[in-house]
Design a protein around this ligand. Structure first.
Ligand code: AHR
Length: 547
């Protein structure tokens, strides 16, 4: 790859897998015409702290997520830590998983936490929410259909501790009364010796309370979580999350089951019903679910066509408008925005092609296309740091938009994992307003009409002297040369990590685990301006140290 421009003092050739060039200039600034895009990071314009919980995960007893993915059992030949797959623990801990949601999803409203506590040998087998899915119907008594309850509350809490994540539990509103929910809080948070449930926990080896803070009151209450109207659900929410729930010194944070995608009416009616009863103060988070997808050949996780590439990215990009629309509606009744958004299910949902066998319901491979979905979505959350308090990618392993694929003793990280690793630096940082201008990309829709999407998008954050800038380039063919300016400072050094693929259909498999992986270069510089060439179909992180 020839250099973009030559300057005896300050040219750096930083060729990487995908091919890129970096120019960092001290004296005369490169003329803007050299670059076809511009990124300006406004160091003095903070948006808000990026909640670490935005980098959260989701695990449900669905297909191969828990059994085979997370839980292999203590007696397994698969290396494990008290029954949890060791390779998963090691890889997940490295990317700072702030929070993990469990047990669902739809299975939350079919799950009784009491089945998953106490001696493992005495736990009952129960029918899983997904037991009748046609893809599982012929498989017999597999855990994906009938939950053996070997992975219960204690095992989940241990998993969270092993990887350094906060637990986020979702209560069953469809089938169980509020009393059972309250007893779950008691089981988790009451001191040993205080109640019978606390003693059941202590007898299992956990004398210290878990101190669980995040509680979802049901899941998708408009659908699998009870098919409620917003008003009916508001009534249930008030019953469950009343001030009467004992706190045991924990600042409980309740998440209400919000809309699917653009269902603004669900938001409007729930908030109105809660405001009428002066109960909005009990809501900490408003959950939003958005799955992106493409149709036709674009629905295939790997063999998608060009249109499917762009359609999927555009579908994921709806997140920005969804956050804005629901936030605006929430503000009509919640004027001070006491309630924040919790996007506790997001990801790209393709037609399934399980690498780990037919019991891995909804499992699909991930390509660089899914990595871009992850990058542009996380950038969207960062840019909306003042609105989004938590987000959970669906789902962690062997499912939709997964970071990992695992089967028996085999394990691999997907390109989505690499994005989470790259973006971890944003956690807890101050989001900075960032202006991006680049020529839009265009493609033709199914009906032949032209569609367009931004040419580059990203987000920036600051922790002390460290600036993290992450950027996605959605173009399948065009590298994008961007002039990058830090307004209010100058970079002293730059480290660039790029995730790109030789072929956008490449995947990481158990046999070829490193086909799609990031590459990093370090550059020592001083000067106000840099020009960077973002490869096509890439996710990039620039770590800039300012003087
Ligand atoms: O993540 C898969 C399913 O999608 C979840 O169980 C449900 O909440 C959503 O519809």
């Amino acid at each position: 790859m020839p250099p973009l421009t030559m300057n005896r003092r300050a040219f750096v050739d930083a060729s990487l897998a995908g091919g890129l060039a970096l120019w960092l200039g001290r004296g005369r600034r490169p003329a803007s015409r050299l670059a076809d895009a511009r990124i300006e990071v406004l160091l003095d314009e903070p948006i808000g702290m990026i909640a670490p919980e935005i980098y959260g995960h989701f695990t449900e007893n669905l297909g191969g997520v828990i059994y085979d993915g997370v839980w292999v059992g203590q007696d397994s030949a698969v290396p494990n830590v008290h029954g949890v797959r060791k390779a998963l623990v090691d890889a997940l801990a490295r990317i700072k998983p702030s929070v993990i949601r469990w047990p669902g999803g739809c299975d939350a409203d079919a799950y009784d936490w009491r089945d998953g506590v106490g001696p493992a040998g005495r736990r009952p087998r129960r029918t899983n929410f997904w037991a009748d899915d046609p893809a599982l119907a012929s498989l017999g008594n597999v855990p994906a259909r009938f939950d053996p309850n070997q992975f219960g509350t204690g095992e989940f809490l241990h998993f969270c501790r092993l990887v350094g994540a906060e637990p986020y539990l979702a209560a069953n509103v469809r089938m169980l009364p509020a009393r059972v929910f309250e007893q779950w809080v008691e089981y988790c948070n009451a001191p040993a010796g205080s109640t019978t449930w606390a003693d059941v926990r202590a007898a299992a080896g956990d004398r210290d309370p878990y101190g669980v803070r995040f509680w979802g009151i049901g899941n998708e209450a408009w659908g699998c979580g009870g098919n409620f109207t917003p008003e009916e659900y508001a009534e249930e929410f008030r019953r469950f999350a009343t001030w009467g729930v004992p706190r045991y010194g924990v600042d409980l944070a309740y998440v209400a089951s919000g809309p699917s995608g653009g269902d603004i009416e669900w938001t409007r009616r729930f908030f109105s019903a809660m405001a009428e009863r002066r109960a909005l103060g009990t809501v900490w988070g408003w959950s939003l679910h958005h799955y992106s997808s493409a149709d036709g050949p674009g629905a295939d996780a790997v063999a998608f066509d060009d249109r499917g590439w762009y359609d999927l990215l555009a579908s994921a990009d709806r997140m920005d408008a969804l956050l804005a629309a629901h936030w605006e509606q929430m503000g009509v009744t919640d004027r001070k925005h006491h309630v924040k958004l919790v996007v506790d299910e997001w990801g790209a949902w393709h037609t399934s092609a399980p690498a780990g066998g037919p019991s891995h319901l909804f499992e699909s491979q991930s390509t660089i296309r899914d990595a871009l979905v992850a990058g542009l979505t996380l950038d969207t959350f960062n840019r909306n740091a003042e609105k989004v308090a938590m987000a959970n990618v669906a789902q962690l392993v062997n499912c939709i938009q997964s970071l990992f694929l695992a089967h028996e003793d085999r394990f691999v990280v997907t390109p989505v994992y690499h994005v989470f690793a790259m973006y971890a630096a944003h956690q807890g940082a101050q989001a900075l307003r960032t202006m991006v201008s680049a020529p839009r990309v265009s493609w033709s829709a199914k009906d032949g009409n032209p569609r367009t999407l931004w040419g580059l998008a990203g987000s920036a954050s600051r922790q002390g002297r460290a600036i993290t800038l992450t950027v996605t380039n959605p173009s399948l063919s065009a590298a994008r040369e961007a002039e990058i300016v830090l307004r209010g400072g100058a970079p002293a050094s730059v480290r660039v990590t790029t995730l790109a693929a030789r072929d956008v259909h490449d995947v990481n498999t158990f046999d070829r685990p490193d086909t799609v992986r990031p590459a990093t270069v370090d550059v020592v510089v001083s000067g106000p301006t840099l020009i960077y060439r973002f490869p096509p179909a890439s996710v990039t992180k620039l770590e800039l140290a300012v003087g």
